[in-house]
Design a protein around this ligand. Structure first.
Ligand code: SAM
Length: 326
């Protein structure tokens, strides 16, 4: 995907930087929190924040393995470090959940369309790290990927119909604008957040967007069939249980034309930011690896061919097409 230029610096697996060296696997959570607080108050740097994110991912894995995520969150959020990380607006918005859940479309704009805010030194370093490490790059990568797929659909087909499920601000249309001048496309944008839909419609008056201010329950009950050339959903399946996720997949496949494509994204189990997101941002997701994605697809009882693949930074994405091709 287009975000590959961001890959090298913050790839968690390949990173042998000083930040990674500062984060031994065995460090306990209290020690991580105490040490990070002490160092970040003294002299906040990007590398220290990255080191904290790596350490918290290790602690998260241990806590998850012992069914101790509630305690992990409590320990993170009761520590004085938590008040410090809330100086980062990206972290704060997830934690405070003004729209009732973490990861709303406004939050994602901190990654897609960063603006300069007046922040404390610590807030600036934390913001810079949290919105650019590989878990954030995955979000930008899938926006670029989806934009490329939409542009291809618009260029290759006459008046295609597209459905975006949990559409947020539809920022993938920024990419489409760069890739094609064609606008002969109809986009149904479904999201339960009316403000996000308004922002999408106002941001892209050059596109034919039909906002559908409903939850996925509306789709699950809908009786139409074979309507769309392209359906995609990013930033939703990580909130859905296997039961609901499979039911939704099944329905989306019914809504797809025989030669249409469905693209669904889900954060992978080794998402770089999993510990920081859970502990500091109170942003709990259902992480899935390739096997989990395959289970979702199997439960959807589809005969369509599919391919499951990873983005460059971390997320896994499943993609369907009648012939299984790209
Ligand atoms: C993480 S944002 C993703 C937005 C956009 N797809 C993107 O990737 O930038 C999740 C979006 O899902 C929407 N959402 C969450 N649960 C939903 C549901 N049950 N039905 C419809 N939309 C939902 C939220 O309102 C939010 O806009």
């Amino acid at each position: 995907m287009i975000g590959c230029c961001l890959k090298a610096k913050h790839s968690a697996m390949a990173d042998s930087s000083s930040a990674a060296m500062l984060a031994p696997q065995s460090t306990g959570l209290s020690e991580v929190l105490d040490r990070s607080f002490y160092e970040l108050v003294k002299r906040p740097t990007f590398d220290l924040v990255e080191s904290l994110i790596i350490s918290l991912a290790n602690c998260y894995d241990r806590a998850a393995g012992e069914s101790g995520l509630a305690e992990f969150r409590a320990q993170c959020q009761e520590h004085p470090l938590h008040r410090l990380v809330l100086e980062c607006p990206f972290t704060r918005r997830a934690f405070e959940k003004p729209r009732g859940y973490a990861g709303d479309a406004v939050m994602l704009d901190y990654i897609y369309r960063p603006t300069i805010e007046s922040l404390s030194d610590a807030g600036r370093q934390i913001f810079s790290a949290t919105t650019s490490v590989s878990s954030a790059q995955s979000i930008a990568w899938r926006r670029d990927h989806l934009g490329t797929e939409i542009a291809k659909t618009v260029d290759d087909q006459a008046n295609p119909k597209i459905l975006s499920v949990a559409s947020g601000h539809l920022r993938e249309l920024d990419v489409v604008r760069e890739l094609t001048s064609k606008r002969g496309v109809s986009i149904d944008a479904l999201d339960l957040d009316a403000d996000s839909l308004n922002e999408a419609v106002n941001s892209y008056p050059d596109f034919n967007i039909h906002p559908i201010n409903k939850s996925i329950t509306h789709l699950l009950k809908c009786r139409s069939r074979a309507t769309y050339d392209l359906i995609y959903s990013a930033g939703l399946f990580d909130y859905l249980s296997i039961k609901v996720g499979s039911a939704l997949l099944k329905k989306l496949l019914e809504l797809l034309k025989p030669d249409g494509r469905l693209i669904v994204g889900n954060y992978a189990t080794d998402n770089f930011g999993r510990g920081y997101m859970e502990g500091m941002m109170d942003w709990s997701l259902l992480y899935r690896d390739e096997t989990d994605m395959t289970d979702l697809i199997r439960n959807a009882e589809t005969s369509r061919e599919y391919r499951t693949y990873r983005d460059t930074p971390m997320s896994s994405i499943s993609k369907f097409r009648k012939d299984g091709a790209d």
